[in-house]
Design a protein around this ligand. Structure first.
Ligand code: SF4
Length: 497
């Protein structure tokens, strides 16, 4: 089998004949390039228009596993869950029916656990355009497609190490998958449960050794790497003299797991700073989101990073979390100022994004709060003059992320039409308005009603009994469990303001 990797920014052509065209989406804002990518490869953009000789277009990754619906009409198949399990099952099934007509192939694929074939499911709406159900077109395929979970002893690592990559010459090793903390907004935790940790001797060490034959730069990846039960053993193994020329970076770590020893080994291996996610300076908000992190633990993480010899600490937070008030945002500013005062000499950076509701998390029913934009500005005003580097994520991008994470198939014509306009919120709003006015080219096939108003998708809190666009797809937890976590979060405390 001939397998090629294509890069979206290189314009690489496809081979003359291609059976399968696949891509993985990790971030909502990657999705809208798909129609352009398909056009460039001369593949019909709508799945229902593809003929027997066109490739089967498939996708996977967190964005598509959480809510594939806005992009569903572009895909022949979406793989829900872990690639280790799904890819072999998907490819084996396809090999078995390779020479059959496309419709038969799709019907076969739809029976593979975790493989969702959107064209074989139809949404049903009421007279007002509210979604009532998404149902299979025939009784041979499942009404509910369940995400598949890999439970093997190894997780993924880089297979190509090159200076041309986004992270040049780094061998990435996945240390953990998922996160046991269950912060109520967190897709990285809820969508990928259960928390999985490969063993050190049979999983992680061989993966690291393999990569270090190609490069001396190692990246330890995962939602919460320091929570691997053998993380300190891994760290001590990497402390050996033979790794003296190796540079090690770790992704964000839990504040409560930062020790002077962690700081020392990372500093010795070329890291200058550590990243911790605090979400908010307000204890109350951290309780609402189930962060289980005290203010003292954040101060201790800063002290330990400094004691270990690191020169900087990056913190991540959010604004616009459910029940957040101006006072909570003020608490974030105050915490940063106190950290700077108490741990002088350590450089602090605060990255802040706007809360975006993600499908398959307890906060999926919540909306983006417009106050977030003003709160980002307020934090900038508090922190910048005091020498704290402040990196806000654009509020506009957060709104577009919400549009992509909460919509159903009626967004697909907008995605197909937005073109270069996808670079700005104005471009999306204008194209969305055209969809509301019935001015866009529809998806071929049965007519769909106009999409819901912009504010309903982006900002409104949805009724928990509404039909979610991803109702026919099942992540690790049932909707009832997510509802329970949602209610626990919001009922334990109410906004003081
Ligand atoms: S600790 Fe981080 S990765 Fe884990 S659930 Fe919370 S936000 Fe997600």
């Amino acid at each position: 089998m001939d397998v090629r990797r294509l890069f979206t920014d290189q314009g690489d052509p496809l081979p003359r004949h291609c059976d399968l065209f696949g891509l993985s989406l990790s971030w909502e804002l990657d999705g809208p390039v798909l129609p352009e990518l398909l056009r460039n490869q001369r593949i019909p953009i709508w799945a229902v228009e593809r003929k027997d000789n066109d490739p089967i277009v498939f996708g996977g990754g967190p964005v598509l596993t959480a809510n594939p619906e806005p992009l569903a009409p572009f895909f022949d198949a979406v793989l829900l869950g872990d690639g280790e399990l799904l890819l072999p099952a998907f490819i084996d099934a396809l090999q078995g029916c390779r020479n059959e007509p496309r419709a038969r192939r799709l019907q076969t694929l739809a029976k593979v656990p975790g493989v969702y074939v959107p064209s074989l499911y139809a949404p049903r709406y009421d007279a007002d355009g509210s979604l009532l159900a998404v149902e299979p077109l025939n009784s041979e395929i499942p009404a509910l497609v369940e995400k598949q979970t890999w439970r093997g002893n190894t997780l993924s690592h880089s297979t190509v190490v090159t200076p041309e990559a986004a992270w040049p010459d780094i061998h990435m090793v996945e240390v953990v998958r998922s996160c046991p903390e269950l912060c109520r907004f967190c897709l990285a935790s809820y969508l990928t449960l259960p928390f999985r940790t490969p063993s050190l001797d049979d999983g992680l060490i061989p993966a690291v050794e393999k990569g270090l034959t190609a490069t001396r730069r190692l990246g330890l990846l995962g939602a919460s790497v320091t929570q691997h039960p053998q993380f300190s053993d891994l760290l001590h193994w990497l402390d050996q003299d033979r790794f003296d020329d190796t540079r090690i970076s770790v992704s964000s770590v839990r504040a409560a797991t930062v020790t002077p020893e962690l700081g020392r080994i990372l500093a010795k291996r070329g890291s200058r700073s550590l990243t911790i996610a605090i979400e908010s300076g307000s204890e109350r908000i951290r309780e609402v989101v189930n962060k289980k992190l005290t203010t003292e633990a954040i101060h201790a993480a800063a002290r330990h990073a400094k004691q270990g010899g690191l020169s900087g600490l990056k913190l991540y937070g959010m604004v616009g979390l459910p029940t957040e008030s101006d006072d909570d945002v003020e608490a974030t500013g105050e915490l940063l100022l106190a950290l700077k005062k108490n741990t002088s000499g350590l450089r602090f950076t605060l990255g802040v994004s706007t809360f975006v509701p993600k499908a398959q998390t307890p906060f999926q029913w919540q909306g983006v709060r417009p106050e977030a934009e003003k709160r980002l500005k307020r934090l900038a005003k508090t922190l910048k003059p005091k020498g704290i580097e402040f990196r806000p994520e654009s509020y506009g991008w957060s709104v577009i992320q919400a549009l992509l994470s909460r919509s159903d198939r009626r967004l697909a014509p907008v995605i197909a039409a937005v073109g270069e306009g996808r670079e700005s919120m104005g471009g999306w709003k204008k194209t969305y308005r055209a969809a509301l006015n019935g001015e866009l080219k529809p998806i071929p096939g049965p007519d769909l009603p106009a999409p819901p108003p912009w504010a309903t998708v982006i900002h409104e809190e949805w009724d928990q009994n509404c039909t979610l666009p991803w109702i026919h797809l099942r992540g690790p937890l049932t909707p009832a469990k997510l509802r329970e976590h949602h209610d626990q979060a919001l009922n334990q405390t109410s906004s003081p303001g």
